[in-house]
Ligand binder design. Structure first.
Ligand code: PEP
Ligand code: MN
Length: 341
């Protein structure tokens, strides 16, 4: 249920509403609006009608059901877009079109540091790089694990770029959180609810990728798992879905951007690398993402893609990335977004 407070309702009235929600066995989530506050009361769907009683409390304007199965992620609960702070002075979902870039996997110090310097120079605001890799084959390179995280931290030290890196296994959450600024949930873990619940308890932004066979509703239910645990800093990422088409690695569902924008207040990024699988297709999809209203991109860049230990064919060389970024500015401007110099 959504409890809509009256304009100018007192802090005491809000506190009473929260107390009553808890007493009825639900969790209150307050969304502070410019004009009025609303409180989402979430919990067991059975018996939620008993929350109607709250309508009679002082300062309450009305109590309305949340129609979507995802609650805290919905625009019903929060009509205005969320901005997710990554580090002070850097947020996703605001006016700036944000680009995260870097290799699929961290391979060695020179590779990650050289890439970090190059992507920063081109205007990227975050550095990506996997230290735990969810590979299709158990015989493929699985990532450098903690050594990789340490190299990411070194690259952050060198460039000032915050790090986004994937956590694959719930038992590694604590370790990855020690180094990461943003924790990535990969497409293979979108519905790993045990992992999502743990990440919901962290005080850190989560980049949640869409699974290759998850509907938008299922994707938002996964976000809801994180939000329901109390972590509001969720960023969604469309990275392509499985279809019959095999000219591309996956099919980029670009319409997911406006659909998500209608249904959720959470920011949305596009991953043009895993969705296309080919470096030559990455730039057009970056422009499409900006034009469609995405909040940013996460792009794979490698100093020498032919030697990459994973995802070389879809990785941009630093000079191609620079050219893409230069052209991207015009698309971002048309979408009324700024980009850093
Ligand atoms: C990645 O970002 O390197 C990755 C494995 O992505 P996805 O989970 O989208 O396949
Ligand atoms: Mn990859």
């Amino acid at each position: 249920m959504i409890i809509v407070m009256r304009k100018g309702a007192s802090a005491e009235a809000l506190a009473e509403v929260k107390k009553k929600i808890v007493k009825l066995g639900y969790q209150p989530h307050v969304i502070h609006g410019e004009i009025r506050n609303v409180v989402g009361a979430v919990g067991d769907e059975r018996g939620k009608e008993k929350l109607q009683i709250i309508a009679s409390l002082p300062g309450v304007e009305r109590v309305v059901p949340i129609l979507k199965p995802y609650k805290l992620a919905s625009r019903e609960v929060q009509p205005q877009p969320s901005t997710v702070e990554i580090v002070p002075g850097l947020e996703i979902g605001g006016n700036e079109f944000i680009v995260a870039a870097g290799p699929c996997a961290v391979e060695n110090q020179q590779q990650i540091c050289e890439t970090a310097v190059a992507v920063k120079q081109a205007g990227a605001r975050l550095l990506r790089g996997g230290a735990f890799k969810p590979r299709t084959s158990p015989y493929s390179f699985q990532g450098m694990e903690e050594d990789g995280l340490k190299l990411l931290a070194e690259a952050r030290e060198l460039t000032g770029l915050p790090i986004v890196t994937e956590v694959v296994n719930p038992r590694d959450v604590e370790l990855v959180a020690k180094y990461a600024d943003v924790m990535q949930v990969g497409a293979r873990n979108t519905q790993n609810f045990a992992l999502l619940k743990i990440l919901g308890q962290l005080d850190k932004p989560i980049l949640l990728k869409r699974g290759m066979a998850t509907t938008i509703q299922e994707f938002l239910m996964s976000a809801e798992y994180i939000l329901a645990e109390g972590n509001r800093r969720v960023i969604l990422c469309e990275r392509g879905i499985r279809t019959f088409e095999n000219a591309t690695r996956n099919t980029l569902d670009i319409s997911a951007v406006p659909v998500l924008k209608q249904q959720t207040h959470l920011p949305v990024l596009i991953d043009p690398s895993h969705s296309t699988g080919h470096a030559s297709l990455v730039a057009p999809m970056c422009y499409a993402a900006a034009a469609a209203g995405a909040d940013g991109l996460i792009v794979e860049v490698h100093p020498c893609p032919e030697e990459a230990s994973s995802d070389g064919p879809q990785s941009l060389r630093p000079d191609d990335f620079q050219r893409m970024m230069d052209k991207l500015r015009a698309f971002a401007a048309v979408a009324e977004r700024e980009m850093a110099d």
